[in-house]
Design a protein around this ligand. Structure first.
Ligand SMILES: Nc1ncnc2c1ncn2[C@@H]1O[C@H](COP(=O)(O)OP(=O)(O)OP(=O)(O)O)[C@@H](O)[C@H]1O
Length: 265
């Protein structure tokens, strides 16, 4: 269980995450939505340990995140950041293996290599192993980073007793529809195996299709959290996004969706 207890984060005299309480349990895909500047990435960085809360606590299985060693944390949780710049001409397989070369893993390299090939297959990049990362398209690069995170957690799998934790900041922002679905299906597959997962997504319909729990952020606070029906309310979304939102339900599946206002005018 990864938990935020009454967490606030201040920078330059401004509170950008305020009194957030979240408990991420294994076996559920948590999706954070909200407008630009709502504090989503900051919350994710607090959950990764990259930022330290100004107030409150981030706990991993009851232990303060800041007191866990970098190596233990790396064996347990993987992060896909909103943007990652790599300027060296690494090959794709080298980038994916970066995720599994954290000191202390103690795994034979063959295990890591198999995990890396599998992760690339999972994100639709089989055959890209020897391509140069800097020469890939934006969507291909993004999928390499998802593969790196999956490889990191799979490589550490053998000596694991606790649930792996996957934290993703807009992992599908550059992906076409098929790859959005592919990547989120792979995340869901891990969630079904008991992983803890949280993804920040901007696409509300993608969020509704894949989330077990939606967390709606606005102005640094959690405005609503729950299943899609609880969060996808016209009044709530219209107020938070400052734009008239009407939600609908797909007849056959009952799945909620949002149309951009212009599409209905
Ligand atoms: N290092 C920083 N210094 C000053 N302000 C910051 C810093 N990091 C974030 N902020 C501000 O905090 C607010 C929240 O930023 P954050 O990146 O968490 O938003 P977000 O919800 O992820 O937005 P987006 O959807 O645009 O990615 C923004 O107003 C941002 O400008």
């Amino acid at each position: 269980m990864l938990e935020c207890r009454n967490v606030s984060y201040d920078i330059k005299g401004r509170t950008i995450v305020e009194e957030v309480n979240v408990a991420l349990a294994p076996g559920r895909l948590n999706v954070v939505i909200g407008p630009n500047g709502a504090g989503k990435s900051t919350l994710l960085k607090l959950l990764t340990g990259e930022l330290k809360p100004s107030f409150g606590q981030i706990l991993l299985d009851g232990v303060e995140l800041g007191s866990i060693s970098a190596a233990s944390l790396a064996a347990r949780r993987a992060v896909v950041a909103q943007s990652t710049h790599l300027s060296f001409p690494f090959s794709v397989i080298e980038v994916v293996l970066l995720g599994a070369t954290v000191p202390g893993f103690g795994q034979p390299s063959a295990v890591r290599l198999v995990a890396a090939y599998r992760a690339l297959e999972d994100v639709g990049l089989s055959g890209f192993e020897d391509r140069i990362y800097t020469q890939l398209s934006g969507g291909e690069r993004q999928r390499v980073h998802v593969a790196r995170a999956l490889c990191q957690l799979s490589s550490a799998e053998n000596n694991r007793t606790e649930a792996p934790i996957l934290l993703l900041d807009e992992p599908t922002s550059n992906l076409d529809l098929m790859h959005q679905v592919k990547v989120l299906n792979e995340v869901r597959r891990r969630v079904a195996q008991g992983w803890v997962a949280l993804a920040v997504l901007h696409d509300l319909n993608l969020a509704a299709a894949f989330a077990d729990t939606m967390i709606l952020m606005s102005q640094g606070r959690i405005t609503a959290a729950g299943n899609t029906d609880e969060v996808f309310r016209d009044d709530l979304l219209s107020a938070v996004y400052r734009c008239p939102v009407t939600t609908n339900v797909v007849g056959k599946t009952g799945q909620r969706f949002v149309l951009p206002p212009t599409a209905r005018m």
